[in-house]
Design a protein around this ligand. Structure first.
Ligand SMILES: C[S@@+](CC[C@H](N)C(=O)[O-])C[C@H]1O[C@@H](n2cnc3c(N)ncnc32)[C@H](O)[C@@H]1O
Length: 274
């Protein structure tokens, strides 16, 4: 009997991708209501939502943080962005927000997942001030010295480097803190690091269950404490309000924060290189 997942391979899904193993980019796409996901991603996400029903709203709150952070960066004078772990395009992508505010903004999207890259390429057809690269966050040289980075980014000028909801997929054994330090050292003064990272109290039984679930996916998650997350900002100046739950980061309306900001599951912060 043919495998369910491989029978649904649409023409935008490269042959190289494994449809039978749930994948972070496609699970997140499903949580956000997108269509670039497959049966195994949906089974995984439905199970995740059973254990952790706030995962759906948390994905949307994370995305809303990203949009506010990009607007903040443009208002602060940034005109170039590197979005690493950019995901499958969804409403309010970085170039859409930034180029609406100033059409001269340039954006490089980077992701390690082929479906995310293929969709980004389709979205960016005809936009010569944005580009896409398939690469791994923990190989900064492959990103910073890529042809697309050299075409789009002037490293003598301030840049915003975004790592939104991606570092919690990278274990300490792959040295994500060292990779972030390398990006920061390349950034000109006046640049920004925009970051969000999942947080779950280490003692909760539920955290164990979610961790076990993710072990079966292509991107097992990593639990980090707020202090571990704060270390990603070493040497940078965190802008107000600091490292907080996503809805607490410069909400548009006070009511947007809600009574339980911790239900957003994700910490977020933006820091400036002096
Ligand atoms: C949860 S999505 C976040 C998407 C987007 N940044 C957002 O917050 O809306 C995480 C993305 O990180 C990507 N990713 C995971 N590990 C990565 C790595 N080592 N290098 C680059 N991208 C990675 C996944 O493929 C996925 O698209």
């Amino acid at each position: 009997m043919p495998d369910m997942a491989s029978t649904e391979r649409p023409n935008w899904a490269p042959e190289s991708i494994d449809l039978d193993r749930p994948n972070a980019a496609r699970i997140y796409d499903y949580l956000l209501g997108g269509a670039a996901n497959f049966a195994q991603d949906r089974v995984f996400a439905d199970k995740l939502l059973e254990v952790m029903p706030e995962a759906g709203p948390a994905a949307r709150l994370n995305r809303a943080f990203l949009r506010r952070a990009v607007r903040f960066c443009v208002e602060s004078g940034i005109r170039q962005f590197i979005d690493i772990g950019s995901g499958i395009p969804t409403a309010g992508n970085v170039h859409e927000i930034a180029q609406r505010m100033d059409p001269s903004c340039r954006v490089l999207y980077v992701d390690s997942e082929p479906v995310a890259v293929t969709h980004s390429e389709l979205m960016l057809r005809g936009n010569d001030r944005a580009g896409t690269l398939r690469a791994d966050l923990v190989e900064p040289d492959a990103i910073l010295r890529s042809d697309e980075a050299l075409r789009l980014i002037d490293f003598a000028e301030p840049v915003a480097v975004l790592m939104v909801a991606v570092l919690h997929f990278i274990p300490d054994s792959s040295a994500p803190h060292a990779a972030v330090t390398e990006y920061v050292s390349t950034m000109a003064p006046g640049s920004y690091l925009v970051l969000s990272h999942g947080v779950e109290p280490p003692s909760s039984d539920r955290a164990e269950e979610v961790e076990q679930l993710y072990q079966r996916s292509a991107n097992p998650g990593v639990r980090r404490s707020p202090d571990d997350i704060a270390r990603f900002f070493t040497g940078l100046d965190l802008v107000e309000p600091g490292l907080v739950w996503t809805p607490q980061w410069r909400p548009e309306l006070p009511d947007d924060v809600g009574e339980h900001p911790e239900a957003s599951l994700v910490y977020a912060g933006v820091a400036r290189k002096l």
